[in-house]
Design a binder for this molecule. Structure first.
Ligand code: 4GX
Length: 246
């Protein structure tokens, strides 16, 4: 998969491809991440990318011309990508949107700055994405978030099993994790995890997931489609509760 980012701060965005599993995927050729400086496509001698808003008011607006120059170059060189604009007006990012974006072979993310972009640039945009209901100083961090979350759904970037186990994969929060040592400052690893009984471990993990989701995210719990393991886990949880109440 190829992901391109168009920004006025290329050095800020660069680090997203230099760490962790994303950088490994780039090295292995599973992912190609390319960063373009919008300023390189400004034709005037001061390389201007912003201007005053028609109609007045505070702040600046990103000029359309550099975008038109960019898309002329880009579409001729690589063909038409799926274009995402980071903006507070977009659909709020979640795993299901990320999975959808990961299915494109070619994604281009435009990082908005200032008050926004000249509306005429919207003709190039397929989808507006927001990373949450708060106002940032620019679309660079959202672009990096999108690269990160989308990468995890590109086959081969992370271990498939680990994607399945993550929070939200099946609408439930993740279970607790433990590693060595068995005891630290009198706090023990739950016995069942050391038992070697995979079925029991699976049931315990599901119970913990269900418990955590019920308490912290009842909205997710209500939407959850219960499978056989869920039912067994809930039954066992309920029995434990009833036993404790006696
Ligand atoms: N999730 N911002 C973008 C400028 C802007 C405004 C309108 C396009 C249209 C944000 C967010 C976010 C602030 C980035 C405004 N660009 N982006 N910027 N939350 O708050 O994505």
């Amino acid at each position: 998969m190829r992901i391109s980012i168009l920004t006025i701060f290329p050095d800020f965005v660069r680090v997203v491809k230099e760490y962790g599993v994303v950088s490994q995927a780039v090295e292995n050729g599973i992912l190609e991440i390319e960063i373009f400086n919008l300023r390189d496509f400004a034709k005037d001698k001061h390389k201007t990318v912003d201007d005053y808003p028609y109609g007045g008011g505070p702040g600046m607006v990103m000029k359309p011309a550099p975008f038109f120059e960019f898309f002329k170059f880009y579409n001729e060189t690589y063909g038409k990508p799926y274009v995402v604009l980071t903006s507070p007006q977009g659909d709020v990012l979640n795993n299901s949107i990320a999975r959808e974006l990961a299915s494109k072979d070619h994604l281009l993310i435009i990082c908005g700055r200032y008050e926004g972009i000249d509306e005429r640039v919207m003709k190039f945009v397929d989808r507006e994405i927001s990373i949450g209901d708060y106002v940032l100083t620019g679309g660079e961090l959202p672009a990096m978030v999108i690269v990160d979350v989308v990468s995890r759904f590109v086959p081969g970037v992370v271990d498939e099993e680990s994607v399945k186990n993550d929070s939200f994969y099946n609408d439930l929060l993740d279970h607790p994790h433990y590693t060595r040592p068995r005891v630290i400052e009198d706090m023990r690893v739950p016995e069942v995890l050391i038992s070697g009984n995979h079925e029991e471990v699976e049931l315990w993990r599901r119970k913990e997931s269900l418990k955590k989701t019920m308490l912290k995210r009842p909205d997710l719990f209500m939407k959850h489609q219960f499978d056989e393991i869920d039912k067994r886990a809930l039954l066992s949880l309920f029995r434990e509760l009833m036993a404790d109440a006696k």
